[in-house]
Ligand binder design. Structure first.
Ligand code: ZN
Length: 155
């Protein structure tokens, strides 16, 4: 496993639509492992492949000490709205107030190519929605009702 560099706002890869994964091979498994390591090293709740410079439809999320990995995710169902503050490892130094689904259900593939479903509310729904947006080339700052500058945590 290895840490990967996180792409920051301004890099055009973050505004592109990521491409579906056609073949889940060893490189994809390594990418998932690296993404988890990179997310944890940066105290993130989630990380999408474009954020490490790979324009593929893959993200990882960690909520309540449980890791979720999803390849080629599709949104099956959303319900309600929750409004809260969130940040993004690609936009250091900012927190924004964003409306997200209160409940969200997705399907996709796991690292074995098996179809799985993930559903959640609260922070998990926020994280899934936020990471899915990355695959569509959307950053939270473009959706934020309010944006607040905080002390940057540059490393
Ligand atoms: Zn993000």
């Amino acid at each position: 496993m290895a840490l990967r560099n996180i792409v920051k706002e301004g890099d055009e890869i973050l505004s592109k639509r990521a491409k579906p994964v056609s073949d889940i091979n060893k490189r994809i498994e390594e990418l998932l492992d690296d993404m988890i390591e990179t997310m944890r090293a940066n105290d993130g709740v989630g990380l999408a492949a474009p954020q490490v410079g790979v324009l593929k439809r893959i993200f990882v999320v960690e909520v309540d000490e449980k890791i979720y990995e999803l390849i080629n995710p599709e949104i099956l169902e959303t319900d309600g709205i929750q409004t809260g503050d969130e940040g993004c490892l690609s936009v250091p130094g900012y927190i924004g107030t964003v409306e997200r689904p209160a409940f969200l259900k997705m399907k996709g593939l796991d690292r074995n190519g098996k179809e799985i479903e993930i559903e959640g509310s609260g922070l998990l729904a926020v994280a899934l929605s936020h990471e899915y947006d990355h695959l569509e080339g959307v950053l939270f700052v473009s959706k934020a009702l309010e944006l607040q500058e905080i002390e940057a945590t540059e490393e």
